[in-house]
Ligand binder design. Structure first.
Ligand code: NAP
Ligand code: MG
Length: 492
């Protein structure tokens, strides 16, 4: 049955059968030509007087320009957050705080379509993902943490949880609004105030969230959203009146941050890079596993910190898995992210695309064999063909370094011990996947693998109740669930 299905897919592809375009309408998305900084409940012109463009990576067209916050702007935002913390937010009864967070969650749900469209236009991810994954999870995070706001004594029995103060939050471009929700929702629920900086290439949904925060009548200064590049992030990290830094991004910048806060009283959580192993045993449901592997690395163009970018296949099913992966690769639809049929959208920026191309060259120079989908790529915008590498060895850079693109490095293995050793042999430890019919094998691997999240017979599943975070160079601290609350409180 499975074989017949695959043959059908292959045949459809070979005969040139295609889906008609099914573009999502842009009409729900109102994007202003310019955005200011959201400080103390108002949109304020930057003291820097500077702006930069944000583009649509699928068309290279300018979408808007946003303020470039300098040190003086960061000072202003931190001052507003401190004032709101001291005078309003920390004194507010928790159940009142909860009402605001619930209100934000409901407003995001009401405007989910608009948020999805803007997320896709600004970042390049397929509309299907923004619509079905990112934005629903954003609302769920706000709902989940709103629920905890007045129940902290149950979250931390026999302890008293008090807020830390002002949280500086810096987020990347791969899940722009979701990362903002991961950070803002638990901070507010525990009584902290916030200065948040989205990534340079994807600032728009955070600014739209600022509009919602304003409409929700959140007291001015409780959440401040300022845009800028790395220098703005560094100004947040170095600000003396910030009590907590929550950062999600690359391991390189994470290390800089760790150095900058050493010797200060700032608390820090770092969610950094990954090089996850996805492991298929010969007793796994192979078709289901192949689909999971494809989802694990090509979902969001591989712009996922926990992407299953290394695949380990047990030797006896190696040939079968590779053949099925190649067949499936051919059927992936690469192109316009606004098309509801698209599986693989645009790479987030020109810089990221050239970084991926650099690794494609490195992989070939190292002697691995590259296989790419033969799909056509749009003539404009930043796109990359889904890519598999076979003949990869442990020492290859493509199996050690984070590529952050739709590139899968494949190796084979024979025994459990061998694959555990190989899977653990990277500087990272964020996530992993195991595909097998045997529960005992799953338990054996999950206890021996050094990864924060391990999925069994599925991949890339997220839930606000579940903690997320890494070992080793993937960072420290957990976000999500109860663990996510404890990152924002002092316990006595
Ligand atoms: P990045 O370059 O580290 O940037 C992350 C954020 O930090 C951006 O807002 C960035 O601003 C800012 N920034 C840059 N330099 C800074 C500095 N010196 N001080 C303070 N902030 C600074 O990472 P990215 O390329 O945007 O994102 C991809 C990385 O994020 C990958 O490594 C991925 O694995 C990781 N990630 C991890 C998780 C997780 O939960 N573990 C989740 C998602 C992504 P600009 O954008 O303006 O440069
Ligand atoms: Mg953009």
């Amino acid at each position: 049955m499975a074989t017949r299905k695959n043959n059908t897919l292959k045949l459809s592809f070979e005969t040139g059968w295609k889906y008609d375009p099914a573009p999502e309408s842009k009409s729900s998305a109102k994007i202003d030509p310019r955005y200011e900084l959201f400080i103390n409940g108002k949109f304020e012109k930057p003291l820097s007087k500077k702006y930069f463009n944000t583009i649509n990576p699928a068309t290279e067209e300018k979408l808007s320009e946003v303020a470039d916050a300098n040190v003086a702007d960061v000072n202003k935002a931190v001052k507003a957050a401190r004032n709101a913390y001291d005078k309003v937010w920390k004194k507010m009864p928790p159940k009142e705080r909860a009402k605001y967070i619930y209100r934000i969650a409901r407003m995001i749900q009401e405007r989910a379509r608009e948020f999805s469209v803007i997320e896709t236009l600004d970042g390049g991810k397929p509309i299907r993902e923004s619509r079905d994954v990112d934005i629903p999870l954003v609302a769920n995070h706000f709902f989940y943490y709103a629920g905890w706001a007045d129940k902290l004594e149950y979250a931390f029995p026999n302890r008293t949880a008090s807020p830390l103060g002002v949280a500086g939050q810096i987020i990347p471009w791969n899940f722009p609004l979701l990362m903002a929700a991961w950070k803002i929702a638990p901070a507010l629920a525990t009584g902290n105030t916030v200065v948040l900086k989205p990534a340079e290439t994807t600032p728009l949904t955070a600014l739209k969230l600022a509009e919602i925060i304003q409409e929700a009548d959140l007291p001015p200064g409780v959440v401040n959203i300022i845009t800028g590049a790395g220098a703005t992030g560094a100004a947040i990290v170095n600000h003396p009146d910030i009590n907590k830094i929550a950062f999600t991004g690359s391991t390189d910048v994470g290390k800089l941050i760790q150095r900058a806060v050493a010797g200060t009283n700032k608390k820090v959580t770092l969610e950094l890079g990954g090089k996850a192993a996805n492991i298929i045993f010969d007793d796994a449901p192979i078709d289901q596993a192949v689909e999971g592997i494809i989802n694990g690395i090509f979902f969001n163009q591989g712009h996922v910190c926990c992407a299953g970018s290394r695949l380990f296949v047990q030797e006896s099913v190696y040939k079968e898995v590779i053949r099925k992966l190649k067949d499936r690769l051919e059927t992936l639809i690469v192109g316009d992210p606004m098309d509801k049929n698209t599986d693989v959208g645009a790479i987030n920026s020109k810089q990221q695309l050239s970084n991926i191309h650099k690794y494609l060259k490195i992989g070939q120079q190292e002697g691995a064999e590259m296989y790419q989908s033969s799909c056509p790529l749009p003539s404009k915008g930043f796109f990359c063909r889904p890519t598999l590498f076979t003949g990869v060895s442990q020492s290859h850079r493509i199996s050690q370094e984070e590529i952050f693109g739709p590139v899968l490095a494949i190796q084979s293995f024979r025994t459990d011990d061998e694959v555990i050793e190989k899977a653990n042999n990277t500087p990272f430890g964020l996530s992993a996947g195991v595909w097998t019919d045997k529960g005992s094998k799953i338990f054996n691997l999950t206890t021996k693998m050094r990864a924060g999240v391990i999925w069994a017979n599925t991949y890339n599943k997220f839930d606000p109740t579940s903690p997320f975070g890494g070992y080793k160079e993937s960072g420290y601290g957990r976000e999500g669930g109860l663990h996510g609350l404890s990152a924002y409180v002092n316990l006595t």
